[in-house]
Every structure is written in structure tokens, then in C-alpha cells.
Design a protein around this ligand. Structure first.
Ligand code: AMP
Ligand code: MG
Length: 355
């Protein structure tokens, strides 16, 4: 379906995708890693941060560099796992209100995320974890919490109550952090940094739908990234980019149908404690900085179409593509020239957002 150098932006966390990913990873683990036969092209695939990752780089000595990037991702996963008892996040979440010293990367990503929470008026809030847990998204045992339960848990949500001093983090008792909305974007930046430091000028890193490109393809042309159809398994079009990251958020990545017949997705509006339901199916953010893309894709998804457009007009340090439940596509000028709608999607209307 996709050419070898294409990458599909998708949130590979639906149960079936997870099982497929796990099977694939098991095969890869058994055989070490997957390496292609093409000269100068090296690819590795592995499971990390709860998703299937695939890194491709060009250059004779690319293989050890890809392995270093993979090791770094594994280190970050150990620091940031919500459930791993030796992680920084676990220590902070189980500190009963005490201050905990964390690794540089943990403090750095928290600093960035808290700043983005401020900039997005709290649409991004890493302390939403107790609510996510009540909806069962942390254990895939979904349920609809009562209004009173949500109201009670909202008292533990509030990024402004995270105390970060240097490398020390302190939460109020009952609060819990989860880096799910920004971790892969930050990890992608670090992995791309490792590749660049080692002289690699052409690489495509797919961290479960968070795509990070280094330079352009070896022939100088742009990377072609497939944009996932949030209604199905296929793609709706292709974005052509070089040296940029592209990150998608959408409720279609992880959701459940409640006993009431409604669909509930994994992105929570921190102001209500309910899964976001605002007519958007997905949002893709494109910028140089992967962690900015990741933070914005989640928070703009919470904000919805109108507020996202307002935010973009005020900031303009990124491009975005939004897909609504009425099958319309809204994109910003910077990416409109680089986006091609698949010919079988001519029923979708495309709107360019003006400045
Ligand atoms: P992403 O796929 O980057 O949009 O991140 C979604 C994940 O971030 C969810 O699976 C939750 O773990 C977490 N999350 C959900 N809602 C929020 C929110 N409003 N702010 C921060 N993290 C969130
Ligand atoms: Mg995100």
C-alpha cells in the first residue's frame, strides 16, 4: 500500500493493532532486529513506549547509530513509565506529597509540558491521569464513571499544582502525572539528535505515528508521509516534508463504546473530566520540534476547530491539518502546498485556513 520510504501516521494503540505490533515485535526480537538488504539503508523495528516503532536511516555506518537511538528510547521509557516501579514518574506519583529528585530528561520534559499547559490555557494537562484511570484507559478496562466520581477526581487535576524546582518534582497528595501526551515527541527529538550528531543526514523515524524526519530522502526529495483516515484503516493523502516532525492525535486511536452506546476516546478535556467530543476526528501538527508537535496535537484536539485556528493565528510556529466528523479537512497555508489528497477521497472538502 505505501512505498518503502513512506510512513503512515497512525496511533497504533487500538487493541488489534497492539496485538499485531506485539506479534511483529516478538518476531523481530527472536530474529534480533530487522535489517533491509538495500545498500546504505538500515532499518530497525521494535516495541517501546506502548507502541510499534520503526527507524530508517541511510549511510554506511547508520546501523550502530540507530541502535544507540533505540537504546536511548528504552532509557527514556524506563524513566517515564507510569507503571514501572523504578521510573521517575512512578516515584513522583507514589511520593505521598514528598519532593522527588528526577533525571534531567524528566525535569526537562515536565518544564516544557508545564509551559505548554500555560500556553494552551490548561488544554494540555499531564495531571489528568486520575481521570483517565477512572475511565479505565490506563488498564484497558473501560467504564463510564459517575458525575460525582469525576467531580471528586477533578480536584486532583491541575498542572499549576505541580511543583518543579530544578530536578525536583513534588505533587499534592492524590495527584498523578502521565507523560503520554508528550513523551514520544520528546523521544523523537532526542533520537533525531543522536542521528544528526553521528553525521546522518537522511532518516525517517516513526514512533507509532509520531513521525520525525532527519534531512530529506537520499536523492534530495521530500519524505512522503501518509495521513491516516481517522474513520478507517487507509490513508486520505500524503504530506511531503523534510527535516520536520508530524504528529497526529485523535480519539480513534483509543476509544470504547459505553453501555450508553456513546463513543469515548482517550483524550480528556481537563476542564470537564470527560473525553473530548467536539466534532474533530484528528489533528496533525507539523513543525521542526517533535515535542511541540506532540504537545500541540493533544491540546489543540481538546480545544476543537475554532480555538485551534485562533491559537494558530496567534502563534504560527507550526502547521496543522484537522479532519472533522463531517469529512472536511482544514489546513494551514504552510502545509497546503505539501499535502496531496488521495484521488479516491475527492468527496472530502479541503479548506485552507487564512492568517
Ligand atoms: P496523544 O496521543 O499525544 O494525543 O496523547 C494522548 C495521551 O495523553 C492519552 O492516552 C493520555 O495518556 C494523555 N492525555 C489525555 N488527555 C490529556 C490531556 N488533556 N492533557 C495531557 N495528557 C492527556
Ligand atoms: Mg500528543
Amino acid at each position: 500500500m505505501l512505498k518503502y520510504d513512506d510512513s503512515l501516521l497512525y496511533g497504533g494503540t487500538m487493541m488489534i493493532k497492539r496485538i499485531l505490533s506485539l506479534c511483529l515485535c516478538l518476531i523481530l526480537l527472536l530474529s534480533g532486529c530487522s535489517y533491509t538488504q538495500e545498500p546504505d539503508k538500515q532499518s530497525i523495528s521494535f516495541f517501546a513506549m506502548d507502541t510499534y516503532m520503526e527507524f530508517t536511516a541511510y549511510g554506511e555506518d547508520a546501523e550502530p547509530t540507530l541502535m544507540s537511538a533505540r537504546e536511548k528510547i528504552a532509557d527514556l521509557e524506563l524513566l517515564w513509565s507510569v507503571t514501572g516501579e523504578n521510573s521517575d514518574v512512578y516515584a513522583v506519583n507514589h511520593a505521598d506529597g514528598q519532593a522527588i529528585e528526577v533525571a534531567y530528561e524528566t525535569a526537562d520534559i515536565l518544564k516544557f509540558a508545564l509551559d505548554m499547559s500555560e500556553r494552551t490555557n490548561g488544554a494540555l494537562d499531564l495531571t489528568v491521569y486520575p481521570i483517565l484511570s477512572a475511565w479505565g484507559f490506563t488498564k484497558e478496562e473501560n467504564r463510564i464513571p459517575s458525575k460525582d466520581e469525576i467531580k471528586g477526581l477533578l480536584s486532583f487535576v491541575g498542572y499549576e499544582n505541580v511543583m518543579l524546582n530544578g530536578n525536583t518534582v513534588q505533587l499534592e497528595e492524590g495527584m498523578m502525572l502521565d507523560l503520554g501526551a508528550v513523551g514520544k515527541g520528546y523521544a523523537g527529538d532526542i533520537a533525531a539528535g543522536i542521528l544528526r550528531e553521528n553525521g546522518i543526514t537522511s532518516a525517517l523515524l516513526n514512533l507509532g505515528g509520531n513521525v520525525q524526519t532527519v534531512g530529506s530522502r537520499p536523492d534530495g526529495s521530500d519524505w512522503r508521509i501518509g495521513l491516516q483516515d481517522p474513520n478507517g484503516e487507509g490513508k486520505i493523502g500524503v504530506i511531503e516534508v523534510s527535516d520536520l516532525a508530524a504528529v497526529t492525535s485523535g480519539a480513534y486511536e483509543r476509544f470504547f463504546i459505553g453501555d450508553d452506546g456513546n463513543r469515548y476516546g482517550h483524550i480528556i478535556d481537563p476542564s470537564t473530566g470527560y473525553p473530548v467530543e467536539n466534532g474533530l476526528l484528528s489533528i496533525t501538527v507539523i513543525a521542526h520540534d517533535g515535542k511541540l508537535c506532540d504537545a500541540l496535537s493533544t491540546s489543540l484536539f481538546v480545544m476543537g476547530l475554532d480555538k485551534s485556528v485562533e491559537y494558530w493565528r496567534q502563534n504560527q510556529d507550526f502547521d496543522m491539518i484537522l479532519i472533522s466528523d463531517s469529512n472536511d479537512i482544514y489546513l494551514t497555508g504552510g502545509i497546503s502546498e505539501r499535502f496531496t489528497l488521495d484521488s479516491d477521497r475527492s468527496n472530502m472538502k479541503v479548506y485552507v485556513i487564512s492568517e
